[in-house]
Design a protein. Structure first.
Length: 225
DNA sequence: CACCAGGCAAGTA
DNA sequence: TACTTGCATGGT
């Protein structure tokens, strides 16, 4: 909350550098909240390019509605999302999520997304196959809540710049952002998107790290010149 | 050819 | 509690 702290200033400097380097990311790349939620499940440990193919299959088949996804068999769904990998697991997870929503809120997704943030998060986490990152992605990008999303890139980048311990938990990393930044969904949205962008572009190979807007590996924090 | 990608749950000790 | 393993396609 207190952005006057040293950590808060670090984080805002980090944001400004990434933002100046890349410009607006326009996340989440989806045409509807349901597509966003499906994408969140499909992208678990998977390249986004593969997820796009799977989403395209669902759109072409006109299967991207709560009603239809609820009616489909797991086998039918698995066939369509094949390019996303882990397709049997993910078909089950998508069905679990859709069943949870339809049974409690009906086929109007907005009824679910209007719940208060705590209820939403607990509900999502109660679904088998929805973990903290998937739940928080949905909270931020489908429901517009001020919840920071932590992913593998967040962990990697913070650890490499010695802004967090290598063994930090999901909640610890999330608190680093949420305790030191204003609870602004727009800020959290762009911040997470930029972290992924930086991670994909500069954090994969050590050689690329020299061009990273956050500087090279090691204790050089974004504030260090 | 090997390795990785915007996780999660289940199993083992 | 703290590791380890299975899940699977498509790009580099």
């Amino acid at each position: 909350m207190s952005k006057g702290t040293l950590t808060g200033r670090w984080l805002m400097e980090m944001f400004e550098r990434m933002s100046a380097h890349f410009g607006p990311c326009n996340w989440w790349p989806a045409d509807s909240p349901l597509e966003m939620m499906a994408g969140a499940v499909l992208t678990q440990n998977t390249n986004w390019q593969n997820v796009e193919k799977a989403l395209e299959n669902l759109k072409k088949a006109r299967w991207l509605s709560l009603q239809t996804l609820h009616r489909l068999t797991e086998r039918e769904l698995a066939g369509a999302i094949r390019p996303a990998g882990y397709y049997n697991i993910k078909a089950g997870r998508l069905k679990n999520l859709v069943r949870f929503i339809v049974e409690r809120y009906g086929t109007d997704l907005s009824a679910f997304l209007e719940e208060d943030t705590e209820t939403l998060r607990e509900g999502l986490l109660s679904v088998k196959g929805i973990g903290p990152e998937t739940a928080d992605s949905i909270l931020l990008y489908a429901a517009g809540r001020p919840v920071f999303v932590v992913d593998a890139y967040t962990h990697r980048i913070l650890a490499r710049h010695e802004m967090a311990e290598e063994q930090s938990t999901y909640h610890e990393l999330q608190s680093l952002f949420m305790d030191h930044l204003p609870p602004d969904p727009g800020l959290f949205n762009e911040f997470h998107a930029l972290i992924v962008r930086v991670g994909k572009t500069y954090c994969r190979k050590k050689a690329d790290c020299g061009r990273c807007p956050l500087g090279r590996w090691g204790p050089a924090s974004p504030l260090a010149e």
